[in-house]
Design a protein around this ligand. Structure first.
Ligand code: HEM
Length: 179
C-alpha cells in the first residue's frame, strides 16, 4: 500500500486494524505465532541430523529464521505500543530502513524475513507437490515462489522508503533510530 503513498498505507492499516486488532483475533494470532515458533523449533531439533535435499535445507533454515524474527518482531511491536506508547504504524515499521546506520541491520533483518516466509512455502511445496503445471515441474514451481519472494521484498522496500528516496520521521519516532 505504501507504493500508493504513506497516507494510503496509514488509512488501509487503520481499517484492517478493526479486524486484526480485535482482542479475540489478536489473541488467536498471538497463539498461532507462539505455536509456530515452538512446533517449528522442535521439528528442526528432530531433523537436525537427517540428510536433507536443498529445499528441505531451505525449509529448515527459513523456519529457524522466522522463529528468531517473530520473537524479536512481535516483542518490538509490543514494546513500541505499550512501553514507548507509539502508534506502531508505517513510521514504526519504516524507521530503521530509512536511516543510517540502523538500516545496516534492518535491511537484512526485514529482507530475510520476507524471503524466509516465501522460502518456507517453497520448501514444503517442492516436497509435497507432485503435479507438473503448464510444463513446470514441482521444483521449478518452488523456484518461482522464491523469485516472487525476492520481487515482493524489493517492492515492499520501495514502498517503505518512498521509492528509495527516504522518509522523514514525525516527532516521537526518532527514538527508534537512537536520536
Ligand atoms: C518489511 C517487513 C515488515 C515490516 C516493516 C513489518 C512491520 C510491522 C508493523 C508496523 C506491525 C504493527 C502493526 C500494528 O500495530 O497494527 C507489525 C505487526 C506484526 N507483524 Fe510485521 N512487519 C514486517 C514483516 C513481517 C513478517 C515477514 C511477519 C511474519 C512472518 C510479520 C508478522 C507480524 C505479526 C505477527 C505482527 C503482530 C500483529 C498484531 O499487532 O496483532 N511481520 N509488523
Amino acid at each position: 500500500m505504501s507504493i500508493f503513498g504513506i497516507e494510503t498505507h496509514l488509512a488501509v492499516m487503520e481499517s484492517l486494524r478493526l479486524f486484526y486488532r480485535n482482542p479475540l483475533v489478536e489473541s488467536i494470532l498471538g497463539i498461532a505465532v507462539l505455536t509456530q515458533i515452538i512446533s517449528g523449533t522442535r521439528l528442526v531439533w528432530k531433523k537436525r541430523k537427517m540428510k536433507t535435499s536443498s529445499f528441505e535445507w531451505l525449509q529448515l533454515w527459513s523456519g529457524l529464521y522466522l522463529a528468531f524474527f517473530l520473537v524479536i518482531h512481535v516483542s518490538a511491536i509490543l514494546v513500541g505500543r505499550f512501553i514507548l506508547k507509539l502508534d506502531t504504524n508505517f513510521y514504526f515499521g519504516a524507521a530503521g530502513l530509512n536511516h543510517f546506520p540502523a538500516n545496516l541491520f534492518f535491511i537484512p533483518y526485514y529482507g530475510l524475513a520476507i524471503f524466509s516466509f516465501f522460502g518456507h512455502i517453497a520448501g514444503i511445496h517442492a516436497q509435497k507437490m507432485k503435479k507438473t503445471i503448464l510444463g513446470f515441474s514441482p521444483n521449478q514451481q518452488a523456484k518461482m515462489i522464491l523469485v516472487k519472494g525476492v520481487l515482493l521484498s524489493l517492492l515492499i522496500f520501495y514502498g517503505l522508503t518512498n521509492g528509495f528516496t527516504g522518509i522523514a520521521l514525525p516527532p516521537g519516532y526518532e527514538v527508534l533510530i537512537g536520536k
